[in-house]
Design a protein around this ligand. Structure first.
Ligand code: MN
Length: 505
């Protein structure tokens, strides 16, 4: 079992702007140098999606065709533009208006240094991205098109890294727009923040969120073949430490848990879904609240999962899993549970009843255990127990429906080791120190109305989520090392005004 590579077969189109004014020889050099630049970026190993150089763009018709083709091509997940020379920007208007893919403006040039002693008018005419990119930047800004801007020499690893992070966000956006979310049951009774406008979510994120009856899951459970369950248990044995009783007197419980995972996976695959949610209040005839299965959604299948019908967090976990593909760490449902107020060691403990995924990295091998669950009235569920491994600059991201729009809220956090054994805690957990500190983080989180459910990513950090939010056109409020409560409150007010105004268009 492994997640499908979300970058496989995907492309980012690289369009270079110029014009006919410079003559054939100059345009030949433009094409030659553009090839060198794209080849070097592809060879950097820092961009997970292949960049594809397209023929130099010299006219309004050419730009429009490039943008229309990029928008229509399912394999093209983003467009990078760079003006090698001066490219009069009115020729970009028709094309940019037609563009439906994420855009990155690269501001680079072929030469690293000004050739102090040899530079002449020919050289300056040929190499004037500082000039051309400003003309182009004006029109993109005037048209109000969101884009990432990356500045620097193309050989600088930091430039390739920024493009690479954006490429991951493009893949996240592509995954969001092709996502089918399977809801087993509605959301937990009386909970507010897990509610939301699913129709609006499809308009904004492209994700299609629908319900399947729990009876269908029960039927799928009954239809699972024994061999599939046994194979899955072998996979558990290979990956986890297993409590001895689960292979002995509680083997039936292990079998049931594995069979539930098979049923969920079979239904997800049959319906082409990449994120799912269940609800412990609505399990029909299922014997256990699914534990180990949902925990493995991100780690084994690259799928999103969230509990209590919280489809918004499931959407985030899927996006996080895709953006972080191939990196250390991953994405998981998380929930704020308990504070540690010890001075100098203030931290938050996150966990959930069962469903936190080991995809985010674990200190030791996860242990498959069985314990009673005080709520739900079902048989004791089998779950993976582990502590999330320390990680600096991880993030927790929340998605809330704030009535007139969606708000993403992100806190930059350092995942740390617990200060004690946690031996009596029968579920997966993480400890983190939030930026800038617990007091400010929690005050700002509450101020923004962020959810208690979050997606934690230990693979990609804040930049990928910032790129994603810009692409999606969704508000992203961030709590980081620089945040103060007073400025944060003001930022939220400004965001309110901004989105009220921009929603009018
Ligand atoms: Mn919860």
């Amino acid at each position: 079992m492994a997640m499908d590579n979300p970058f496989e077969g995907k492309e980012i189109w690289f369009g270079v702007g110029s014009q006919d004014l410079y003559g054939e020889e100059a345009l030949r050099q433009v094409a030659q140098q553009s090839t060198e630049i794209v080849d070097a970026l592809n060879a950097s190993g820092r961009i997970p999606v292949k960049l594809v150089l397209k023929p130099t763009l010299k006219s309004s018709d050419g730009v429009r065709r490039f943008m229309v083709d990029a928008s229509a091509d399912d394999n093209c997940i983003g467009v990078i533009t760079w003006m090698h020379t001066f490219s009069p920007a009115k020729m970009w208007i028709r094309g940019l208006e037609a563009l439906k893919k994420p855009l990155l403006q690269l501001n680079t040039q072929h030469h690293f240094e000004i050739p102090w002693n040899t530079i002449d008018m020919d050289f300056m005419n040929l190499n004037q991205a500082a000039h051309g990119d400003r003309e182009y930047g004006y029109i993109v800004t005037r048209l109000g098109i969101p884009r990432k801007i990356v500045v620097g020499h193309y050989t600088d690893p930091a430039v390739a890294d920024k493009i690479g992070v954006w490429a991951r966000a493009c893949a996240g956006w592509q995954a969001s727009n092709t996502m089918n979310v399977m809801r087993w049951g509605d959301n937990m009774r009386n909970v507010a923040v897990t509610e939301g406008d699913k129709t609006e979510a499809e308009r904004v994120f492209g994700a299609s969120i629908n319900t399947w009856a729990v009876n269908e899951l029960v039927a799928a459970y009954n239809a699972v073949k024994e061999d599939q369950v046994k194979d899955l248990i072998e996979d558990y044995k290979a990956k986890y430490e297993i409590a001895p009783e689960l292979l002995d007197k509680d083997y039936d419980s292990l079998f049931i848990a594995a069979r539930e995972e098979c049923a969920m996976v079979n239904m997800m695959r049959a319906n082409n879904c990449t994120a799912g949610v269940d609800n412990f209040e609505d399990l029909g005839a299922l014997p256990q609240l699914p534990g180990v299965g949902p925990q493995r959604f991100p780690s084994e299948y690259g799928w999103g999962f969230s509990a209590e019908g919280d489809w918004k967090t499931a959407v985030l976990v899927r996006i996080g899993a895709v953006m972080g593909y191939g990196l250390d760490g991953g994405a998981s449902l998380m929930e704020d549970y308990s504070y540690n107020f010890t001075p100098g060691n203030e931290m938050i403990m996150g966990s959930h009843m069962l469903e936190v995924s080991p995809s985010v990295g674990t200190i030791a091998k996860p242990r498959l255990e069985i314990h009673p669950l005080g709520i739900g009235g079902k048989a004791d569920p089998v779950r993976l127990v582990f502590t999330v491994a320390p990680k600096q600059d991880a993030v927790v991201v929340s998605l809330a429906d704030v009535r007139t729009r969606f708000r993403m809220l992100m806190n930059v956090v350092d995942v740390v080791e617990p200060l004690g054994s946690l031996d009596k805690l029968p579920c997966a957990r993480a400890l983190w120190k939030p930026e800038p500190n617990l007091e400010v983080s929690a005050e700002c989180w509450l101020r923004a109305g962020g959810s208690h459910h979050t997606c934690m990513t230990t693979s990609v950090g804040r930049e990928a989520w910032e790129d994603f939010a810009r692409i999606a056109g969704v508000e992203l409020a961030t709590i980081d090392a620089e945040t103060t409560p007073r400025e944060f409150e003001r930022e939220l007010e400004i965001e309110d005004m901004y989105h009220e105004l921009s929603n009018r268009h």
